[in-house]
Design a protein around this ligand. Structure first.
Ligand code: DX5
Ligand code: ZN
Length: 218
């Protein structure tokens, strides 16, 4: 199976966001990845539900919201109402992960869990039956344009094994430093969805060239 591509709009030109999303869709993107940051869980600030609401009519692609925020329960409904198809929460901030995942699914949305580089794969074992997706951070979250941490490759493999044993339908996504050279390593380790920001929106040849390079490499 070929890995899916999820452009991360964090690296886009926000003044031309709709247009840039359309370019990725025309170039074969499979979903749009939206990075939500609160300045607490991660040092950076980024995007809120209003942007998701504006993007919703611009694209037919599913929109996934990666919540890098403390207390994600407070904002799940706002992102669901804004048009998110999938909501991803970090296990590091969810005191009652089972309840949070159920709340996302009760709103009719797909739910996913995210692991920081130092968080073990096994922390997802009791929730795997309830989620559609596991996202492994391949950089420490907060900023685009960071270097891929090769130290996460064994964890991607461990997660692949766990998913295959417990709930083979779960997608395994990677996020951070994914480009034409790191994408094949992540795929070889078992990733099925590739998030990429800089490699797509900051490609010297433009968005379509960035998409092409990743498509060929994956
Ligand atoms: C990082 C974000 C990523 C980021 C990836 O905290 O979760 O989605 O946009 O950016 P690149 O692909 O530039 O590493
Ligand atoms: Zn992300």
């Amino acid at each position: 199976m070929t890995a899916l591509l999820a452009p991360s709009i964090l690296a886009a030109d926000f003044a031309r966001l709709g247009e840039q999303v359309t370019l990725t869709e025309q170039a074969g993107a499979d979903r749009i990845h939206v990075d939500v940051m609160d300045g607490h869980f991660v040092p950076n600030l980024s995007i809120g539900p209003a942007i998701v609401k504006s993007l919703r009519p611009v694209t037919k692609l599913p929109i996934e919201c990666h919540l890098m925020i403390e207390d994600p329960d407070r904002y799940i409904k706002a992102f669901a109402d804004a048009g998110a198809d999938t909501i991803l929460v970090h296990v590091e901030v969810c005191k009652h992960l089972d309840q949070t995942i159920r709340a996302i699914r009760a709103l009719g949305k797909k739910a996913g869990v995210v692991l920081n580089p130092a968080t073990p794969a096994l922390l997802t074992s009791e929730i795997l039956a309830e989620v559609s997706l596991v996202l492994i951070m391949t950089v420490n979250p907060g900023f685009g344009g960071q270097e891929f941490l090769a130290s996460t490759l064994p964890k991607i493999r461990a997660m692949r094994d766990l998913i295959d044993r417990v709930n083979p339908g779960v997608e395994l996504e990677v996020d951070g430093g994914i480009d034409a050279s790191t994408a094949p390593k992540a795929v070889e380790a078992g990733a099925t969805v590739l998030v990429a920001g800089s490699a797509i929106f900051r490609h010297p040849g433009g968005v379509a060239a960035g998409m092409d390079a990743l498509r060929t490499a994956r």
